[in-house]
Design a binder for this molecule. Structure first.
Ligand SMILES: *Cc1c(COP(=O)(O)O)cnc(C)c1O
Length: 370
């Protein structure tokens, strides 16, 4: 940096604001940036993270693998060694295509970009993962949300009618669904895939906690993509997601993938972590046991309604979500307040399953509230 040069005074904030106003798309200006709650020193039960860190020997192995990375070089663009490790770990047949993303969030965006021109229709059950709607907005596609039933069950008849009426280019099914936690019946999802004129993406972010998957059937339909992520099983910081589909779909998605989207450190880390799959699986089993305990205790709590979940979080309805959220925050526990996000989610909180000790703290705080 040239420090010898005298700083040039900046223009006024008002002058910049006027140019922003005149330049940025109105629909983008009207958005709020995705707010990630700061969580210093609190029990973090808001973001579906695995609460367990990796054992020390795995950290050491990771450090050694990362130390060997040549950071002066761009990463392998397509990430072939990561794909090979995934193909082995998932026991995928050779004729399934894979694409990697900087988190599955990037995969979702790439698919939307590849499919949607102006005024294309993007369809999804509602409420579901917020990025389906946002990506549609970025692409200037028209988002059509098909309401779930009051108990968050899929309204298949309404979905099929909407598909017939709207002819969506892209249909999203979160399987299981976020933020409701339930798994839609496979036969009904199959009917939706069969009826949809465009592409259907089955988003399996919570596969480790549901064990139900469309991946084995991905080549049985002409219009199916399955998306997964390593975020919810203990690698949220890595930012790695992937999509599996017929290679003809993957070839098109490759055209909108930023050339070096998955960084070299992530690519070096993933095979090391997959080699310790047994550790991650043990953590997932513990989370499932904690989930059962959490649901049982919450279901016994006065005023709390719990909903079925096949994920690492529990959706609950409480008498006053804003008050409960604030009181939990004071008790040092951060959950997700969904009140106001969608009419069906009135008075709902989404609680990520934590460690046994974290769940103890949560249940103690909840019992003093109810
Ligand atoms: C968390 C989540 C994602 C995004 O995961 P990343 O890989 O961390 O970007 C995608 N879909 C659903 C349904 C999720 O809940």
């Amino acid at each position: 940096m040239n420090t010898a040069q005298a700083p040039v005074p900046g223009v006024s904030t008002a002058a910049v604001a006027a140019r922003v106003q005149a330049t940025i798309r109105p629909d983008v200006r009207a958005l709020k940036a995705y707010a990630v709650a700061k969580a210093n020193g609190v029990i973090k039960l808001d973001a579906m993270e695995n609460p367990y860190d990796l054992p020390e020997p795995v950290h050491a192995e990771l450090a050694a693998a990362l130390a060997r990375v040549s950071l002066n070089r761009y990463p392998d663009g397509p990430g072939d060694s990561v794909k090979q490790a995934l193909v082995r770990a998932l026991a995928l047949p050779d004729d399934v295509g894979l694409i990697l993303g900087n988190g599955s969030d990037e995969i979702l965006q790439m698919i939307t970009t590849a499919v949607c021109g102006n005024d294309a229709v993007v369809l999804a059950p509602d409420p579901s993962f917020v990025m389906y709607r946002l990506n549609a907005l970025y692409a200037r596609a028209r988002f059509v949300g098909v309401p779930l039933r009051d108990d968050f069950a899929l309204d298949t008849r309404r979905m099929l009618a909407a598909i017939e009426r709207e002819q969506p280019a892209l249909t999203w099914i979160a399987y299981p669904n976020n933020p409701t936690g339930n798994l839609f019946p496979a036969a009904e999802v199959g009917r939706i895939i069969a009826a949809a004129p465009g592409l259907v993406v089955v988003d399996e972010a919570y596969f480790a906690f549901s064990e139900h998957s469309f991946l084995p059937q991905v080549l049985a339909y002409p219009n199916l993509v399955v998306v997964r992520t390593v975020s919810k099983i203990g690698m949220a910081g890595l930012r790695l997601g992937y999509a599996a589909a017929h290679p003809a779909w993957i070839a098109e998605f490759e055209k909108v993938r930023p050339p070096y989207n998955v960084n070299a450190l992530t690519q070096a880390a993933l095979p090391v972590l997959l080699a310790h799959e047994a550790t991650l699986a043990r953590q997932a089993r513990d989370i499932l046991a904690q989930r059962a305990r959490l649901i049982a205790a919450l279901a016994r709590t006065q005023g709390v309604t719990t909903y079925p979940t096949q994920t690492n979080f529990v959706l609950v309805r409480v008498p006053d979500a804003d008050r409960w959220f604030a009181a939990l925050r004071v008790a040092g526990i951060l959950v997700k307040n969904l009140h106001g996000a969608h009419p069906l989610l009135a008075q709902c909180l989404r609680i990520t399953v934590g460690t046994a000790a974290e769940n103890d703290r949560l249940l103690a705080a909840v019992s003093s509230l109810s």
